[in-house]
Design a protein around this ligand. Structure first.
Ligand SMILES: CC(C)(COP(=O)(O)OP(=O)(O)OC[C@H]1O[C@@H](n2cnc3c(N)ncnc32)[C@H](O)[C@@H]1OP(=O)(O)O)[C@@H](O)C(=O)NCCC(=O)NCCS
Length: 194
């Protein structure tokens, strides 16, 4: 990540650090009921929240170049997380964004700004061509994020990801760099003004 830390109206994306595990553990435990319907799980395995191992896995992907991992801060406080998985360069040049915010920070338009910052970063600094977001059809709040950012719908992938203990359908949304036209933050301003 470049030395410039993407920030907009109090929302900052900063690279995940090993020492974030402590605050993330607290948020992930206190918001279990809020987050678990949307969290990826491993078939046949149930395990308690373990932010240290989560952070280790994410940082491993960052080192391998297959992922990017951020903490989402709001006015200096850790509010949630945004990760980019399955980063491919070359002829695909694509990555998939996932995110969550602690319940106490929900509904303030924080994550749409964080996603806008992330997409601009992925296009402008990482050089990706396409960014994808996969959302369960039941996740109305997350569907609002892609709507606010004007991502294109690519259809339904049936039983695509193991979430909350089962294989769940996901709606796929994407944007390519040609479609962006200006910055993603600009798009956010435009859709919110409508
Ligand atoms: C999806 C999520 C990241 C949205 O982040 P956010 O920063 O709250 O986004 P917004 O403030 O733009 O709110 C999005 C929608 O959430 C709903 N919402 C608003 N306040 C809310 C609250 N206090 N609690 C729950 N939902 C709320 C509204 O439908 C809102 O749409 P609106 O702005 O048109 O009213 C957040 O709800 C979340 O982390 N949910 C649990 C994990 C998750 O679903 N991750 C995504 C998996 S694809």
């Amino acid at each position: 990540m470049s030395s410039r830390q993407p920030t907009f109206q109090g929302v900052a994306l900063r690279p995940l650090r090993r020492r974030d595990a402590k605050v993330l553990q607290r948020l992930l435990v206190q918001d279990r009921a809020w987050l678990s319907p949307w969290e990826a799980t491993t078939p046949g395995i149930r395990y308690p929240v373990n932010a240290r191992s989560l952070v280790s896995n994410l940082l491993h992907q960052v080192r391998e170049g297959t992922g990017a991992a951020f903490v989402v801060e709001y006015e200096g406080a850790v509010a949630g997380q945004l990760n980019v998985a399955n980063i491919l360069h070359g002829s695909v040049s694509s990555g998939t964004i996932g995110y969550w915010i602690a319940k106490e920070f929900a509904g303030q338009g924080i994550m749409p700004k964080a996603v806008a910052l992330a997409i601009d970063y992925l296009f402008d600094e990482v050089g990706l061509h396409r960014v994808e977001i996969d959302i369960r059809p039941e996740n109305a709040a997350s569907l609002r994020i892609v709507e606010k950012l004007g991502l294109r719908s690519e259809g339904l992938k049936e039983r695509f990801i193991h979430i909350d203990g089962g294989w769940r359908d996901h709606l796929v949304f994407a944007i390519t760099s040609e479609e962006r036209k200006g910055s993603m933050l600009g798009r956010l301003d435009n859709t919110q003004a409508q």
